[in-house]
Design a protein around this ligand. Structure first.
Ligand code: NAD
Ligand code: MG
Length: 393
């Protein structure tokens, strides 16, 4: 049997990646691996969390939301279960040393400090929370080298790139090509996209994911976040990262080498495959997840992304080139704008406008620390929320 981490915690266990991670643990258990699920966390989905507690008997749980925390205490009584709440509790669990791998399946900036604290306390991190890397990739890389810890990507494109890079030298790589499904709006006209409804933006053709990343796919900011994620994970120059729209989501990404050869990683669109790989890397363990039947596949097609229709991807390319603290502003503005869109307070096209406005206001800094990142994130959010929303109309 191959050696894999035995004690695992999942932050954001009730979300899309979190639930898929528990299914992966089920598969590993079926294959004879004895894995302890040590801590599970949710924002507020206490019903699903309770079902997970019954099945996996974790040592402790965290419920971020205070009201959900008191509802949980009123409605459930699990023996010998430690119950924590709030951001401080989340940080405390991140620092504990009674588990050896954290699956960070939190959404947004809230995933940053748990990534940092888990790495500082010597644990490995399987990372779905791409926003951590977007805002603090440089600091996270410094931490992994200082502490000798590992970061295993869960994002399907980055898992694909990791698999293509095995056995290759850094100087052999000419570029990486991240594939993008194009999201639910790819074939719509610029006019239709401009005022698309929340329902249409949430109707992703290939992947069932949390709401924030689904809207990010519709604006293509998801690919924008991923080009920055790729830069930090694989130490790439900005001109080595390309995006290609591939609506079938069968090729998860590719690496082109200096001799003209190209490697791609393929699979059905099922996040359990990259999640499992993040836990078994560089080995593999048997699974029954769906495999490709080439005879039944639709033709695989490829297109240049349309940066006029998908302004968020153009913005992210500029931000990737500029570097510094711009990614922090872009990420914070995007999170607030997506939330406002989901609450039907702004129109779809205003997401990119809000991000641009905030970037224009910001003086970029190439030297920054973690405290600067937290401060810039807060300032950006406050800037947007303190302005009357109809300034964007
Ligand atoms: P989701 O919304 O389904 O789940 C998020 C989880 O985090 C939930 O358990 C929720 O309770 C918890 N949570 C939400 N807000 C929180 C907060 N402020 N503090 C603490 N916990 C909080 O999201 P998801 O789709 O699973 O995505 C998680 C991360 O994985 C994101 O960074 C996303 O970009 C990335 N990702 C997701 C997919 C996918 O298929 N869903 C694929 C690639 C990468
Ligand atoms: Mg992805």
């Amino acid at each position: 049997m191959i050696k894999i981490h035995k004690k695992i915690s999942i932050f954001g266990s009730t979300g899309s990646i979190g639930s898929n991670s528990l299914e992966v643990i089920d598969n590993l258990s079926k294959n004879g691996y004895d894995i302890d699920v040590v801590y599970l966390t949710t924002n507020s989905r206490i019903d699903l969390l309770a079902a997970q507690i019954k099945k996996y008997s974790p040592r402790g749980i965290l419920i971020l939301d205070k009201k959900a925390f008191s509802d949980f205490n009123l409605n459930y009584n699990f023996k010998e279960l430690e119950i924590l709440s709030g951001c401080e509790g989340l940080l405390e669990l991140s620092r504990r040393t009674d588990y050896d791998l954290l699956i960070n399946a939190l959404v947004g900036f809230s995933g940053l400090m748990p990534t940092v604290e888990a790495l500082k306390s010597g644990k490995d991190v399987a990372i779905a929370n791409k926003e951590s890397l977007v805002v603090a990739g440089k600091i996270i890389n410094e931490l992994t080298s200082k502490n000798g810890t590992n970061l295993f990507p869960i994002d399907s494109e980055h898992s694909a790139i990791l698999q293509c890079l095995i056995g290759e030298k850094k100087q052999s790589v000419s570029r990486v090509i991240l594939t993008a499904s194009g999201g639910p709006l790819y074939n719509k006209s610029a006019e239709e996209i401009k005022n698309t409804s929340v329902e249409n933006a949430l109707a992703h053709p290939n992947w069932k994911m949390g709401q924030k990343i689904t809207i990010d796919s519709a604006t293509m900011m998801n690919k924008g976040l991923e080009i920055i994620e790729a830069k930090w994970l694989f130490d790439l120059n900005t001109n080595q990262i390309d995006v290609l729209v591939h609506p079938q989501s069968i090729i998860h990404s590719m690496v082109e080498f200096i001799d003209g050869s190209l490697k791609a990683q393929l699979g059905m669109p099922d996040m359990k495959i990259p999640i499992q790989y993040s836990l078994t890397y560089p080995d593999r363990v048997f699974s029954n997840y769906s495999t490709i039947d080439f005879k039944k596949l639709k033709p695989l097609t490829f297109e240049e992304p349309d940066l006029d229709k998908f302004k968020c991807l153009r913005i992210a390319y500029d931000v990737l080139k500029e570097g510094g603290t711009f990614p922090v502003v872009m990420n914070a503005a995007n999170e607030v704008a997506v939330d406002l869109f989901l609450k039907r307070k702004i129109n779809f096209h205003e997401i990119s406008e809000i991000i641009e406005t905030q970037l224009n206001k910001h003086t970029n800094k190439q030297e920054y620390n973690l405290a600067d990142i937290v401060q810039i994130d807060t300032i950006t959010r406050n800037n947007i929320l303190n302005e009357p929303i109809n300034t964007y109309k």
